[in-house]
Design a protein around this ligand. Structure first.
Ligand SMILES: O=C(O)CCC(=O)C(=O)O
Ligand SMILES: [Fe+2]
Length: 289
């Protein structure tokens, strides 16, 4: 009889997402107790804050680039229906700025992701924010699916102080353990137009609010300082809180990562996993020359 061996190679999801996560972590060699503690926190809560990972000089240079992009008026934004206020969510900034691109390869973030996912992280998208997004709770896994499942992470960098005044991130610790869903799990159809997409997305957002109420899931507003980063795992619920001081900026950059050697990446908004329908994606990864 062949035994089941508990290690990362006998699992299809990232090992830290599995019920054996702590056991596998404890068997890892050559890591400090301090690092172990951080990983344990990530396993339990689905996110981790690392303070002061980028220096002020780098942040200022990135901000200069960002201001130039804004002033040039030549940039790509998320579609209108993914904006919840008038402040632009600028995508593909890495094509215009070396600093925006360099941030995708920030050492601490890459090495942490590599450790917990057991694969090389591959940056696939950047969004640069001028102000808070006021975006309702969602999981990024509704946008970026992978096979094997859950090989997705986000790194959200504060490029200035973020507190209750300028619309901080809201996260739901431990929510990464909620079921993975797409619209068809809510008895909706795969959308055939952007109108239908927006309608479904709103139902999805309202569904999540109901789940949070029903399960009494706590929301946490995250205060960060310039140069801090918050890393979230694939299915962690997060959003942007209301901006109390409307005139204030909330300069920040989020980077989404898939990982090496995936069989498939797909867009769950146009897929139905339960019916075996996958809208496969062909994403060009962000690379450094
Ligand atoms: O920055 C925020 O307020 C939320 C952004 C976000 O959730 C995302 O881009 O995935
Ligand atoms: Fe998100």
């Amino acid at each position: 009889m062949k035994k089941f061996i508990i290690n990362e190679n006998s699992l299809s999801i990232p090992w830290f997402e599995s019920i054996f996560a702590n056991k596998i972590l404890n068997n890892k060699k050559n890591i400090s107790n301090d690092y172990k503690k951080k990983v344990k926190f990530f396993i339990e809560n689905g996110y981790l804050i690392i303070r002061n990972v980028i220096n002020k000089k780098f942040v200022n240079l990135l901000k200069d680039d960002f201001n130039n992009i804004i002033n040039s008026n030549e940039y790509k934004k998320n579609p209108k229906y993914f904006h919840y206020n008038s402040s632009p969510r600028i995508i593909e900034g890495w094509k215009q700025s070396e600093y925006i691109k360099k941030l995708c390869f920030q050492k601490e973030v890459i090495s942490f992701l590599k450790f917990v996912y057991g694969r090389k992280p591959i940056p696939i998208s950047t969004i640069n924010f001028l102000k808070g997004t006021e975006q309702p709770l969602h999981s990024d896994y509704i946008h970026f699916g992978s096979s094997p499942e859950l090989y997705l992470a986000g790194a959200w960098f504060a490029l200035e102080k973020v507190d209750d005044e300028n619309g901080p991130l809201i996260i739901c610790p431990k929510s990464h353990k909620l079921n993975i869903i797409d619209f068809t799990d809510l008895n909706l159809q795969i959308p055939k137009s952007t109108n239908e997409l927006k309608t479904n997305y709103t139902v999805y957002e309202n569904y999540l609010e109901e789940i949070v109420k029903e399960k009494k899931i706590k929301k946490k507003r995250v205060h960060l300082n310039k140069g801090d980063v918050l890393i979230w795992s694939a299915n962690l619920l997060h959003g942007g809180s209301k901006i109390k001081k409307k005139s204030k900026t909330r300069l920040s950059q989020v980077i989404h990562y898939h990982f090496a050697n995936l069989k498939k990446i797909y867009n769950p908004c146009f897929s139905s996993k339960s019916n075996g329908i996958f809208a496969e994606r062909d994403i060009k990864s962000i690379t450094i020359k």
